[in-house]
Each structure stands twice: as C-alpha cells, then as structure tokens.
Write a protein that binds this ligand. Structure first.
Ligand code: 5GP
Length: 126
C-alpha cells in the first residue's frame, strides 16, 4: 500500500530497522550520511536502494528539512554507488517515489538505482 508522505517519520519502518541492523540487508555502501543495499525484489539486473541516515520520510521531507551537508552527502553517495556498480558508462536510472501517486511503500526516503540492462520507457504508457 502506498504511504502518505506527509505523515511524521515512523521509527518502526523497515528501512529504519535495516539502518539499525535489526533486519539484515546486502550492504552495497555506507558512509556518514547514507546507506545503500540491494533491493529484496530486484526490478532490473542491478537494483540498489540508497537511503539517508537521517529520519526523513520522503524526498519532500528531506529537501525541505535536511542540512546542506546531509543533502550533499546523500547525493554524492548515490553517485558513488552507481560508479561502484560500473553503471556510468552503460548508463542507469534513478527513481524516488513520493507518496500515493508516486507509489511509495516504505516511509523512509530511498533512491532506487536501476541498471545492468536497457531499462525501457521512463514511465508506463497511459
Ligand atoms: P518504494 O515503492 O517505496 O519506492 O520501494 C520500496 C522498495 O523497497 C521496493 O523495491 C521493495 O522491493 C524494497 N523493499 C521492501 N522491503 C525490503 C526489505 O526488507 N529489504 C530490502 N532489501 N528491500 C526491501
């Protein structure tokens, strides 16, 4: 079920538990600002998720409230993961779902990194 991205942060969400190490994940990258891991249900040959370490529900929450250091660190981490996965030369796609229309299911900001294959059209034909 898509979430309401305007709700307060829920410390019991699944990515908060992954960040705290309470639920296992296949870690791809970690630094002071971000954590990256493999998606449990990959939608492409490469499908990683990058999340900020701070308590942010969505891109909206993060872009409005995070510090410049958190935003800079997170954006750099997304680039680091893509480079580490060898995705720059063949190309890749970033996606952040926000709220109901975006189809966001986990209420902790995450950027999807897709790659390893041609990814087709950007969005389903209407
Ligand atoms: P959203 O629809 O919120 O943008 O994407 C949520 C993503 O989180 C989905 O691609 C889903 O497969 C992934 N996911 C949900 N639960 C878990 C989990 O427990 N572990 C991992 N690694 N990925 C998860």
């Amino acid at each position: 079920m898509p979430i309401d991205a305007t709700l307060p942060y829920d410390d019991d969400n699944i990515f908060a538990k992954i960040l705290r190490g309470e639920i296992p994940s296949n870690t791809v990258y970690e630094d002071d600002f971000a954590f990256a891991f493999e998606d449990i249900n990959p939608q492409a040959e490469v499908h990683a998720l990058v999340i900020p370490k701070g308590r942010y529900v969505s891109w909206d929450d993060f872009s409005a409230k995070a510090s410049d250091a958190e935003i800079g660190g997170f954006v750099r981490a997304v680039g680091e993961v893509a480079r580490a996965k060898g995705l720059v030369e063949p190309g890749y796609r970033l996606l952040a779902n926000i709220g109901a229309h975006g189809g966001q299911e986990v209420p902790h900001l995450h950027v999807h990194i897709f790659g390893g294959q041609p990814l087709g059209p950007m969005i389903l034909n209407r």
